[in-house]
Ligand binder design. Structure first.
Ligand SMILES: Cc1cc2nc3c(=O)[nH]c(=O)nc-3n(C[C@H](O)[C@H](O)[C@H](O)COP(=O)(O)OP(=O)(O)OC[C@H]3O[C@@H](n4cnc5c(N)ncnc54)[C@H](O)[C@@H]3O)c2cc1C
Length: 321
């Protein structure tokens, strides 16, 4: 019995979303009292397997596994070999393709667009934002007699990424050929990246409408720079044209899980919360003591941001000095 994670990789590196799922998988495996296993497929999978933080990592490295239908063959074999109770993956286009194939092949269900998972009373319980992300629904699996409950696909950035590490064991997977040849590999093109990628930063200073206008963003930019981080924003800020859309966190923006998220002048609306709630430590600075952000922040400062942020900045500079 085990928890099985399908690990995506690009150019020899594990995708950040998969590292997040590996972190969630480790917690789930501990709660369920079973080992964490992982499977990597496609060219280069054997080298990547050596960096996957799991108890056992299977790899299927030939060209045949470059397309989804080949990876489905590998996952069927890995799930059987590992005695998987559930298969976890990041909700990318590739994994969604594979999950659909695997579900059809094994006759199991898929829960998609998830932001959390737990093990309660012997059952897997997933968290899925719904109704425009205004509520979080708890959902499970109707697995019948099968030992494998189903597949869980998570929004990228839902979990702080695990560190890469040498696995407990690495095994080349024997994959029986299903004979399915419905796909052909056409190649990969790297999309052009513009602006800062806030999903990769360990520290984010979130700026909300409380800043009052774009002329005050130097304040949060300075704080972010002192902490070696980046500025993130709310939709209210982006809609007002104060900052770039690429920095927006939330339902219609990015999902992030930095080690530290400092929310400055942000009310904490559910659509924003959904995108940053998995941050390691959340600090809120808001002049309204009843702002919803204080319900889920680890530390809160009730005060005027135009007083608090410069003081914080000064203290940090003194410490650094
Ligand atoms: C379908 C849909 C999708 C959405 N998607 C997103 C999304 O992806 N991301 C997102 O962020 N939002 C999203 N929203 C919008 C969301 O509902 C909120 O309107 C938005 O998050 C509010 O942004 P805010 O916290 O910056 O502004 P506000 O809610 O206006 O909050 C400003 C806060 O600043 C505080 N403040 C004001 N002045 C000061 C001061 N001087 N010092 C300290 N504090 C001060 C106030 O007390 C207040 O709490 C979405 C909404 C819908 C309907």
């Amino acid at each position: 019995m085990s928890i099985l994670v399908y690990v995506e990789h690009h150019a020899g590196t594990i995708a950040p979303g998969s590292l997040g799922v590996l972190a969630a998988g480790r917690e789930l495996a501990t709660a369920a009292g079973v080992p964490l296993t992982a499977v990597v497929t496609g060219p280069g999978a054997d080298a990547v397997a050596d960096t996957v933080p799991a108890d056992t990592v299977y790899h299927a490295a030939g060209d045949r596994f470059q397309v989804a239908v080949g990876s489905v063959d590998a996952l069927v074999a890995a799930a059987e070999h590992a005695g998987a109770r559930i298969v976890l993956a990041v909700a990318s286009v590739n994994s969604a393709d594979i999950a659909g194939g695997l579900a059809g092949r094994l006759g199991i269900g898929v829960n998609t667009d998830l932001t959390g998972i737990g093990f309660e009373g012997g059952e897997f319980v997933c968290e899925r934002p719904s109704l425009d992300d205004t509520v979080v629904v708890r959902c499970g699996y109707n697995a019948g007699d099968s030992g494998l409950a189903g597949i869980a696909l998570f929004r990228a950035g839902s979990f702080a990424p695990a560190e890469t590490a040498a696995p407990g064991a690495v095994e080349a997977l024997e994959v029986p050929d299903s004979g399915r040849r419905s796909q052909e590999f056409g190649g990969i093109e790297q999309a052009e990246q513009t602006g800062v990628d806030i999903t990769k930063s360990d520290v984010l200073v979130g700026a909300g409408r409380g800043l009052g206008g774009p002329e005050h963003f130097e304040l949060v930019e300075g704080l972010a720079k002192t902490l070696g981080g980046e500025v993130a924003t709310t939709r209210a800020v982006v809609d007002a044209g104060w900052y770039e859309y690429s920095t927006q966190v939330g339902q219609t923006g990015k999902t992030v899980a930095p080690k530290l998220y400092i929310a400055v002048g942000i009310s904490g609306a559910i659509q924003h919360k959904i995108g940053m709630q998995s941050s390691g430590t959340i600090v809120a600075i808001n002049k309204d003591p009843h702002a919803p952000i204080f319900d889920f922040a680890d530390y809160g400062v009730v005060g005027d941001l135009f007083t608090v942020v410069p003081q914080l900045q000064q203290r940090l500079a003194e410490r650094k000095g």
